[in-house]
Design a protein around this ligand. Structure first.
Ligand SMILES: Nc1ncnc2c1ncn2[C@@H]1O[C@H](COP(=O)(O)OP(=O)(O)OP(=O)(O)O)[C@@H](O)[C@H]1O
Length: 267
């Protein structure tokens, strides 16, 4: 869990969000607050609209209705220039890493720096990229490598290094531990928790990984029935009588994750 100073000030506010694709209604009247300094886990069954919610918040999806504020700025109907100014204040790790395959890791990390700060001299940009690569737990020799030369876990770290390139206040992570083995996933969780503390980040984290939720999330938002049906700590969510919540956290996988966390904490 995070230990930096937290308050209840929302850094992301979503109100009355509606998203549809043709006849398919994904979100209806969805509300959500993400508080400054927290790691908020976002869970829900497959296809409940977690990624569409994230895309709406970061402005990649125009909702049919609703209000979205990020860092005090409305995300709806902004000009490209205004949106660009807000975008530099967050970092995103997409599900597949979304690295440019023809660029090395260092060049990938440098892309946002060159875009936003074209006047910074190349040796300084190289230095910033090396620092971000090290910060993401990659060895220094990963910088000149291409994404295809890295393991899945290393690619995630490279994506994270790029997400951190502009010293963001906010980090969006879409299923960061998907496809990692349990040891790699636990190490990635630890990295996120430690970066959150060191950099005082707010983290919006979509995951199916119960271990991640239990180990590093301060609160968890549950998507079901086209909206966020609850946002709370896991113990408080467990007290709710919703069938999906009970099935998810109290099913065999949920119990195993909770048990191993308890044993880990006691060790
Ligand atoms: N661009 C699009 N065009 C049409 N339908 C879309 C589009 N993007 C998403 N959808 C649909 O919206 C629904 C929600 O998708 P989304 O990817 O947000 O789900 P999710 O909760 O993130 O799922 P998962 O856990 O499986 O990743 C799905 O039914 C999906 O098919």
């Amino acid at each position: 869990m995070t230990t930096t100073t937290k308050n209840n000030e929302p850094i992301i506010t979503v109100r009355g969000l509606r998203n549809t694709f043709g006849e398919q209604v994904i979100h209806e009247n969805l509300d959500l607050d993400v508080r400054r300094g927290e790691i908020l886990g976002v869970v829900g069954g497959s296809g409940t609209g977690k990624s569409v919610l994230m895309r709406s918040i970061i402005g990649l999806q125009t909702p049919d209705d609703g209000e979205i504020e990020v860092l005090g700025e409305s995300m709806i109907g902004r000009s490209e220039d205004e949106a660009k100014n807000i975008r530099r204040r967050w970092g995103i790790l997409f599900q597949n890493g979304a690295l440019f395959s023809t660029l090395t890791v260092a060049e990938n990390v440098e892309v946002p720096i060159r875009e936003y700060f074209p006047y910074i001299r190349p040796p300084v940009i190289d230095e910033i990229a090396s620092y971000k690569i090290a910060m993401s737990g990659l060895p220094a020799n990963a910088g000149p490598k291409y994404p295809s030369e890295l393991s899945g876990g290393m690619r995630k770290r490279a994506g994270l290094a790029r997400a951190l390139a502009l010293d963001p206040e906010l980090l969006f992570l879409d299923e960061p531990t998907a496809g990692l083995d349990p040891i790699g996933a636990a190490a990635f969780d630890e990295l996120i928790a430690s970066l959150q503390k060191r950099l005082d980040l707010t983290v919006f984290l979509i995951t199916h990984d119960l271990d991640t939720l239990i180990t590093i999330c301060d609160r968890v938002a549950v998507l079901a029935d086209r909206k966020v049906i609850a946002v709370d700590t896991i113990p408080n969510l467990l007290a709710l009588d919703h069938p999906w919540i009970q099935e998810y956290f109290n099913g065999p996988r949920g119990r195993t994750a909770a048990l191993s966390h308890k044993e880990g904490a006691a060790a």
